[in-house]
Every structure is written in structure tokens, then in C-alpha cells.
Design a protein around this ligand. Sequence first.
Ligand code: 5RP
Length: 219
Amino acid sequence: MNQDQLKKLVADAALKHVVEDRVVGVGSGSTVNLFIDALASIKGRIEGAVAASGASAERLRKHGIRVFDLNSVDELPVYVDGADEVTEHLHMIKGGGGALTREKIVAAVARKFVCICDASKLVPVLGRFPLPLEVIPMARSHVGREMLKRGAQPVLRENFKTDNGNLIIDCHGLTLLDPPRLEAELNNIAGLVANGIFARRPADVLLLAADSGVRTVTL
Ligand code: 5RP
């Protein structure tokens, strides 16, 4: 199977985690797009969805799925999202699509985070994928200098603005030996809105698609 077929396989497999008659949290990216398409097949059995990006919200609406504002939802039983890298500890790097801040917010609210990936995303140590940071524009140089001090090569994502009107800096050359510690440390840099390490709130379930089928990983 090629990567797109694996993404479709895992997107379909995530449907069994969706709770009937409730609102489901939906992340963003190409794997999640396929999950949204699959969700359309059971749209009569869910109340609606909360979306972590404008693009996901638009795709949900096109399928006739009601999109709720996160603030109007008391509880979110499940959040389904992809990742750029994931480990067996269910730590992730996310933000390849630039939606990391909203993804982190929705993940924080959700009771269960189901990460959906093809097997190419599984790594022993996070960091080969450049770590995305969402940054307030006036803090761009400050955050860049802070990341240089930490041994990273920060690169501003060209011609890109997040849904929140901010910039993305992609940090190359990091090896994340202690993801929860680095996540917390980066959270203290002024002007850095969110970093793409998802380790303090890891996934609860990883669905990993390979030629042999979908493997479920939990801690
Ligand atoms: C977007 C994300 C995505 O989940 C991540 O980039 C994976 O995307 P894809 O499914 O297209 O590989 O974090 O901010």
C-alpha cells in the first residue's frame, strides 16, 4: 500500500473511537482530512465536531457536519488528530500544517486523544522533523535567538500565517531526548505561543497503519 492508502486505512479505523451522539474533536492535516471524509458516513450518529483549524472546519461543513465553537462544548470525549512524528511513548511532534496551537487547546480539553498515522511517522527519538513553533510576529528574532542557544537552526516558514495571525518558526537539528522537559522549557519563552511538542499531554491511543494492518498502541 502507498502512503495515501495507509492514511485512508487508519482514518477509517479511527471511526470506532468516535462516541455516538457526542461532539468529536477533529485535528488537521491530510490524514485528518480522510478522517473527516469517513466521519461523513456516520454524521447522523454524532452531534457534531470541534475543529482545530479553519481548513478542517470548512471540510466538516462541506460534508454537512455541524461545527461547534470549543467554548460552547463542556466535554469532548475524543479528539482525533495526526502527527508529524510519534514515539512508542505516544509523544509527538505536530504543527507541520501550522495548526499546533489550536490542536494543543482541543487536545487539552479532550478526554481521549487518538493519534492516527501511517507507520512512516513512528520514530525512536523525536527531532528529525523540524520542530514548529507558533510565534507572535514581534517576538520572531527573540525566539530565534533563544532557539539558537538551545542548538537549533530556526527557519521562518515563508509566506505563512497561522489561523491566529502569527508566524511559524521551524527548528531544525534538535534531538528531543526528554520531550516533556523541553516542551515545558519552551513554554516559558516570551512571545512563543505554542511549541509543537505534544508530550505533557501525549496521545492516549496511537493507531498506526502498515501493510499488515492497523496496530493499536497504548501506554
Ligand atoms: C498539523 C499537524 C498534522 O497533524 C501533521 O502535520 C500531520 O499531517 P499529515 O496527516 O498531513 O501528515 O500537526 O498542524
